[in-house]
Design a protein around this ligand. Structure first.
Ligand code: ATP
Length: 681
């Protein structure tokens, strides 16, 4: 019975393949016709470009299966219908319903949300199982929701997908999105949300799928306004970069906050103290003062030659123009424009009252004539100039920071050797944030329709403000985990962070079911979590499989080589994680033993297909590997002020197996019940 049904499904699969080819051919043909028939060159080019990108998109359809689920309805709006759900829409014959419905379409929501308690009209939900290379439909699993039958997380197909060994970059999760994740993915475009989730609960996955969903649902609005994804570093962005293209979305900007804000190369570095002050929210007030200190009261009336006349604007009038512009609290550059246009308007009224009719050339002439006055009372400035003027001049800093920063804080951020000009300044990443703050006071930056911020707990207040400026008229999705905060300014609570992000009332949602880390590892991570003083709920693991092994190893290098060799016998990616110096030593040892090791900054180093990556503990955030070897956790803890949080991050990167190797005593925070986990070889 199942056999014949499987044959039927395979026949349907073959028809889908044919339909997809027809779609690609059709679009390609349109490219050719479009190029020939469009009325003029401009529309020919536009049409051609559009069709070509559509053809490219379709042809680049990943080799994945065209559908992963099926819904049979026996009541409600879709009664009697059967829909196949897949990554992308596949058209049916003319006049027929689609062969496959996009997972983002409204009806697909039922696939993710229906359950025995609320079948939503569905009699049977079917999940398909596939094997790769070649893509083969191997079976299916039915849930008769109408009869109270629901597998939930007991689904074998779902478990196999979640527990599969990880290789290469992150993949989409469309086939197995959980109901609570789906709710976040499909939150409306006007809703800003904040997702607090322990490691591996799918925050990043939710964020990426939300981007794809919003682009599908609000294509026009967002293709104009744009979607921005912010991640912690380039390695992380590389790791997630394939997910959206696989879902057919190629026009999403994915970058880091530093890159977003940098206006040139960053060649400077700050000490801890200076960075902490520069990232503090109080700097916003200091910078505002430093900028508006440049606005001066008019020192007297102005006289402007106009043909045979000399026009005069009284000091009181000028004062009220400057004061008025200040009070209006528009961006600084708009204020300057207003002072200019209002001063010229006074001159114009004078000219008109004398029977003159000023034209555009006259206005231009007057604009030029009052520029000297304008530069005095409301000078044009560049943001770098303002910041350099502040950090390079103790007196200017003291004026702007009075009552806001302590003398010690001021001393911490002063440049020891000020550059000759702001153009030769060696800007640091923190300086770039300050420059951006001033730039935001000068004029509003380009905004996005939606911004997704990953690892948001690590952002400083000043970085949050930079993001808020870019999402003022859009919405944001904030993803993070307070327990994984490792920067000196990492958030202690979400409400305050959301305030800095300009969304103090965004809904806060917690995800607690982990899909990455095996249960044994979660138990250890939760022990560490208790000591981190982060107000977050514990995680449960979806995964009963997986292995944790803790070994004392006097010769760390030898033990690492042995652990990696053993890992290489299994399928999946492997990472060695440690503090910097130790990692270098271990990488050398591995290479000396003939093991190819890639590094994060150069993934193709050593051997292009190296299965082992050396990951500095400080760069592990957001990444995952099938097998992780963590060497000398005590060093990871000692390396930085929030070393325990870093260890928490590092211990939660493994999908199938985690080896913890130590020659020194383990950090006591993971010790209490560690003996129970210890399995000696
Ligand atoms: N519903 C799901 N079905 C299948 N896999 C899932 C699901 N949700 C998450 N995953 C997988 O679990 C892993 C962890 O997800 P993700 O990286 O998004 O978690 P995270 O919460 O961002 O973790 P971290 O805080 O450590 O960065 C990924 O491999 C992801 O594909």
């Amino acid at each position: 019975m199942i056999g014949t049904e499987l044959d039927d499904e395979r026949a349907y699969l073959a028809r889908c393949g044919a339909a997809l080819l027809r779609m690609i051919d059709g679009v390609r043909l349109n490219v050719v016709i479009g190029e020939r028939v469009a009325g003029d060159r401009y529309s020919a080019e536009r049409l051609g470009r559009h069709l070509k990108s559509l053809a490219k998109e379709l042809a680049e359809e990943p080799d994945g299966p065209p559908f992963f689920g099926r819904l049979d309805f026996d009541s409600g709006e879709h009664r009697g219908q059967r829909y196949y759900i897949g990554r992308r829409h596949v058209s049916g014959d003319t006049g027929q319903q689609p062969m496959v419905i996009d997972w983002r379409a409204p009806v697909s929501r039922v696939f993710y949300r229906a359950g025995a308690r609320d079948p939503q009209g569905v009699s049977v939900r079917r999940r398909f199982g596939w094997s790769k290379e070649p893509i083969t439909l191997t079976g299916f699993e039915d849930e008769r929701l109408g009869h109270g039958q629901e597998l939930g997380t007991a689904s074998r197909i779902m478990a196999a997908e979640i527990e599969r060994p990880r290789v290469g970059p992150m993949r989409d999760i469309v086939a197995t999105i959980q109901p609570e994740q789906d709710e976040l993915v499909r939150a409306g475009l006007d809703e800003s949300i904040c997702v607090q989730g322990a490691p591996g609960t799918g925050k990043t996955a939710v964020g990426l799928h939300r981007a794809a969903y919003l682009l599908y649902t609000h294509r026009q609005r967002l293709s104009r306004a744009g979607v921005l994804i912010l991640g912690p570093n380039q390695s992380f962005l590389g790791y997630i970069s394939a997910v959206l293209p696989a879902l057919g979305e190629v026009d999403v900007e994915q970058t880091t906050v530093d890159r977003l804000l940098a206006r040139g190369p960053l060649r400077g570095a700050d000490g801890e103290e200076a960075a902490a002050v520069k990232h503090d929210v109080r700097m916003a007030a200091v910078l505002r003062r430093a900028l508006y200190e440049r606005v001066r009261e008019p020192g007297g009336p102005i006289t402007v030659p106009d043909g045979s006349y000399r026009r005069r604007v009284r000091e009181e009038e000028l004062r009220s123009i400057v004061e008025g512009a200040r009070r209006e609290a528009t961006p600084y550059d708009v204020g300057r424009e207003r002072v200019l246009s209002r001063t010229v308007a006074v001159l114009r009224r004078q000219a008109e009252s004398r029977g003159q009719t000023p034209n555009a050339a006259w206005i231009r002439k007057m604009n030029r004539a009052v520029t000297g006055f304008l530069d005095e009372v409301w000078p044009a400035v560049r943001p770098q100039e303002v910041v350099a003027g502040l950090l390079g001049d103790p007196a200017a800093l003291a004026r702007a920071a009075e009552g806001v920063l302590t003398p010690a804080e001021q001393a911490a951020i002063l440049w020891a050797r000020p550059p000759r000009s702001f153009k030769s300044a060696r800007w640091s990443a923190a300086d770039a944030v300050l420059v951006d703050e001033v730039a935001g006071l000068l004029e509003r930056p380009r905004g996005y329709g939606h911004v997704i911020v990953d690892e948001a707990q690590d952002l400083s207040a000043m970085q949050c403000r930079a993001i808020a400026r870019r999402s003022e008229h859009g919405s944001i999705t904030v993803l993070g985990d307070l327990a994984q905060g490792t920067t000196p300014w990492a958030a202690r609570g979400w409400r305050e962070q959301l305030g800095h992000l300009g969304r103090p009332r965004a809904e806060l949602i917690a995800l607690t079911l982990g899909f990455r880390v095996p249960a044994a590892v979660v138990a250890m991570a939760n022990r560490l979590l208790e000591t981190l003083a982060a107000d977050v709920p514990e995680t449960r693991s979806f995964r009963a499989d997986g292995r944790l092994r803790i070994r004392e190893a006097p010769d760390l290098a030898r033990a690492t080589v042995a652990a990696v060799r053993e890992a290489l016998d299994h399928e999946g990616s492997i990472a060695v994680m440690a503090a910097d110096a130790t990692l270098e030593r271990l990488t050398t040892a591995l290479r000396a033993q003939g093991v190819a090791v890639a590094t994060l900054d150069d993934p193709a180093s050593d051997a292009p297909a190296a299965r082992v990556t050396a990951v500095p503990a400080a760069m592990a955030k957001g990444l995952e590997y099938d097998h992780v070897v963590v060497a000398e956790p005590a060093e990871v803890v000692e390396a930085e002020a929030r070393g325990l949080n870093r260890l928490y991050v590092v211990l939660t990167r493994a999908v199938s197996r985690l080896d913890v190797l130590h020659s020194r005593p383990l950090p006591p925070q993971i010790l209490p019940r560690v003996e129970a986990d210890r399995i000696e070889a």
